[in-house]
Design a protein around this ligand. Structure first.
Ligand code: EPU
Length: 350
């Protein structure tokens, strides 16, 4: 137990705890110390404890964007903060504050069932709500940043709870303040979304999504429920369920290249998959990896998923070293052929 006399809130710290069920790769990993956070007020205790003992800390949500080593020093704290509050309801908008420990997909599903729309394109993304802002999760034309009004955090530098506006979070493609600007400083305790109370704000720019929705809706008007179901169907067809086959979703970001670089690539690779983006082009990293012959390849106990080359998987018994080595081999070969370095999406720890 950690906690000064007179404090009713305590942290129960366990030693040598397995994290295998807490990371979506399913890597065997042992934390020196482990605790669970069920109340925001435990966070100052946790940080004081780690600072006093000069220990590193790792906050864990769904563990779906992590590559863990076999041994994790310091304290691992699983965020189990729960609760959903409607903070304002002024149709056509509703603001909802969701605690960081709530599971993402179940939250999206519940909000839809309440008639609060806008997150259905992000259905079935593994992980917890509190991890979603870190890498600004995105899929099928919607990013988290499009729906966030504020993120509640514990600022470990100032030792205080505060709210960051969406602008302060510096969201970018698979990036944020929490990931690259000041990693480790803020602990996310809740996220506030602004959603719609009427069902006509559909984002159907993705051709495959539009087509699947049309099939599901038949002669009816497409609704957010159709979008939700279509996204689930598309994801299930292409992406492995971490409960069945360990993975961390896309392992690399889709790289951005300038117009000039794109033109050169296009001359040599006529079927290159690319989308105009911010004055240049976003390339489909999955296509680059497949073009280098990696699709479905096994390497020791890990490999490249056979239906989506952007996803690396653990066939059982794989570990961080194997994934890191495979990722490096892939990255080197993509660089050798296309002159582009791929950037990994998940975080290696430690
Ligand atoms: N492609 C291939 N071979 C492959 C994979 C993809 O040729 O093995 C080409 C195909 O032409 C395909 C295109 O790449 O049409 C795009 O593939 P996909 O629609 O699967 O999307 P993605 O760019 O590979 C991104 C996100 C996913 C998100 C989907 C849908 C990143 C890094 N990944 O993948 O996000 O679900 O779009 O919006 O931006 C995640 O981040 O974990 C994730 C799964």
């Amino acid at each position: 137990m950690v906690g000064t006399t007179g404090q009713s809130l305590m942290l129960e710290v366990q030693k040598q705890v397995s994290l295998q069920a807490l990371n979506s790769f399913g890597f065997s990993s042992i934390a020196d110390s482990y605790t669970e956070i069920t109340e925001p007020s435990q966070l100052p205790l946790l940080i004081d404890y780690c600072q006093a003992h000069k220990l590193p800390w790792l906050l864990l949500g769904g563990g779906s964007n992590l590559v863990l080593s076999a041994h994790v020093p310091g304290v691992v704290a699983l965020i189990k903060l729960q609760g959903v509050d409607i903070t304002s309801l002024e149709p056509p908008y509703v603001r909802v504050r969701v605690a960081a420990g709530e599971p993402w997909h179940e939250t999206v599903s519940w909000l839809l069932s309440q008639g609060y729309y806008g997150l259905e394109n992000l259905a079935l993304i593994p992980g917890a709500v509190g991890a979603a802002p870190v890498q600004n999760i995105g899929a099928y034309g919607v990013e988290l940043k499009d729906r966030v009004t504020g993120v509640d955090v514990y600022d470990t530098l100032q030792g205080q709870f505060t709210r960051l506006s969406s602008a302060e979070c510096q969201f970018n493609y698979r990036d944020s303040l929490f990931k690259s600007v000041e990693p480790g400083r803020y602990i996310i305790t809740a996220v506030e979304f602004e959603l719609f109370t009427n069902p006509d704000h559909l984002v159907l720019n993705y051709q495959a999504l539009q087509k699947t929705c049309e099939v599901l809706a038949g002669s009816q008007v497409i609704t957010p429920r159709h979008v939700f179901d279509a996204v689930c169907q598309l994801r299930r067809n292409k992406l492995p369920d971490p409960a069945m086959l360990g993975n961390a979703g896309s392992f690399f970001k889709n790289p951005w290249v300038s117009q000039a670089k794109y033109q050169i690539l296009r001359q040599n690779f006529t079927d290159l998959v690319a989308y105009p983006d911010a004055g240049g082009y976003k390339l489909a990293a999955g296509w680059l990896i497949e073009a280098c012959g990696w699709k479905g390849k096994h390497y020791e106990k890990v490999g490249v998923y056979a239906k989506q080359s952007l996803v690396l998987v653990n066939y059982g018994g794989g570990d961080r070293e194997q994934i890191e080595s495979l990722a490096t081999q892939i990255s080197d070969s993509v660089h050798a052929v296309f002159g582009i370095w791929l950037e990994p999406e998940p975080r290696y720890y430690p």
